[in-house]
Design a protein around this ligand. Structure first.
Ligand SMILES: *[C@@H]1O[C@H](CO)[C@@H](O)[C@H](O)[C@H]1NC(C)=O
Ligand SMILES: *[C@@H]1O[C@H](CO)[C@@H](O)[C@H](O)[C@H]1NC(C)=O
Length: 368
């Protein structure tokens, strides 16, 4: 009798532990359509998580859900394991413009694609990202050439011509004597134009506590917190020698919680060739819909400027280097594989032959 009581206690303890332990392997329950509404919500939560966690380069937006599988999670909830395709937008990750307002980088601008394997927990109608593993790559040069033989291709970000073009653009911008002296934080994108000998660049700057007129030693200028300038520069070599430099920057001041632009959004253009672009002010953030990414932030925003501007020899900032994992309490990679084969109908009173899921889902922007 005593041993029976002990056994019952042990069994209760085990079932309690199983219910509590989030790492207990779970059986797949269904393969939903890739365009299922909940799948889309989970995918959007994952995109938000990716954008919150990578600190270089641009925001991505959802292009297509490739695969989807749902697992039951004990004690409650479901885990959505997805393969999703993203495309790069024109908004830098530090730019407070809501994703909905960011335009997608077109194929003719040399588009960049992101691929992610994600696990998203749905519980109480909330989506929480457990794990995300991503990489990204630019469209191939051959594919760009196919649709557009003269389109400028992405260039390595540490190329001497690129670095020179960015420095020249920043010097030109600082020469316009704005309130502050701006320093370079990151070179984000560069393209060589094959027709004219020109270099187009996009880069991130930070205003400092120095006035532009009295900068003797830029190293002594301290970056102002939570402010960034998103700049575009074009350097063109003139036929008779010399260079034309055009630079425009849109400066955002991130007020805690509610990003807003500096009242007189600094924005300017040098040289007659390129008209000034209108500043894009950031209004109050637009609600991101019901999908809420509650996953932990992997990296905190750097409070100070890195000692050196971010350079990479790649033509873009690969998501592989900035999205490296997720929540540690539940490793999704092993337990919720997408490669475990189709969900076999169980021998018991399981669902009758499951419908074949409609995957991959629709393409939102373009095939890349
Ligand atoms: C985003 O777009 C919406 C709708 O087009 C517009 O009302 C809103 O002002 C835009 N917000 C920003 C920050 O551009
Ligand atoms: C760019 O970076 C790569 C790899 O770090 C390096 O091999 C190459 O020499 C660099 N190029 C320039 C121009 O600095």
């Amino acid at each position: 009798m005593r041993s029976l009581v002990a056994f019952i206690c042990l069994a209760q303890l085990l079932s309690w532990a199983a219910a509590r332990s989030p790492g207990v392997p779970v059986a797949p329950v269904r393969d939903p359509d890739c365009d299922d509404l909940d799948v889309e919500q989970a995918a959007l939560a994952a995109v938000q998580y990716v954008n919150n966690n990578h600190k270089h380069g641009y925001k991505y937006t959802l292009n297509q859900v490739d695969k989807a599988r749902v697992y039951q999670r004990r004690p409650t909830g479901e885990v959505y394991v997805l393969e999703i395709d993203l495309v790069e937008t024109c908004c830098h990750v530090l730019d407070p413009t809501p994703l909905e307002n960011c335009t997608v980088r077109q194929l003719t601008e040399h588009a960049v694609e992101g691929d992610c394997d994600v696990s998203v927990l749905k519980v109480d109608n909330q989506f929480m990202v457990l794990n995300a593993k991503c990489e990204s790559s630019p469209d191939s040069a051959e594919d760009v050439r196919k649709i557009c033989p003269n389109c400028p291709l992405l260039a390595p970000l540490n190329d001497t011509k690129v670095v020179h073009a960015v420095e020249a653009a920043l010097t030109a911008f600082n020469a316009q004597k704005h309130n502050n002296y701006f320093k370079l934080q990151e070179i984000s994108r560069a393209q060589f134009s094959p027709l004219q000998s020109s270099v187009y660049t996009e880069f991130v700057t930070v205003p400092t506590d120095c006035k532009p007129i009295d900068v003797i030693d830029p190293a002594a200028c301290n970056p102002l917190p939570n402010q960034h300038g998103f700049c575009k520069g074009t350097l063109t070599e003139k036929v008779g020698g010399g260079e034309d430099v055009v630079a425009t920057c849109t400066v955002f001041v991130a007020v805690p919680a509610v990003p807003a632009p500096q009242p007189d959004g600094i924005e300017s253009s040098l040289g007659p060739a390129v008209p000034a672009e209108p500043a894009v002010p950031a209004g109050p953030p637009v609600a991101a819909g019901p999908a809420v990414a509650l996953g932990p932030l992997l990296v905190d925003a750097p409070a100070v400027l890195p000692a050196k501007p971010i350079l990479t020899h790649l033509p873009h900032h690969d998501l592989r280097h900035s999205i490296v994992g997720g929540s540690s309490f539940e490793s999704a990679s092993g337990e919720y594989g997408l490669n475990a084969g189709p969900v076999a109908p169980g021998p018991g009173p399981g669902p009758a032959a499951p419908a074949i899921p409609l995957c991959p889902g629709r393409i939102r922007h373009f095939k890349i």
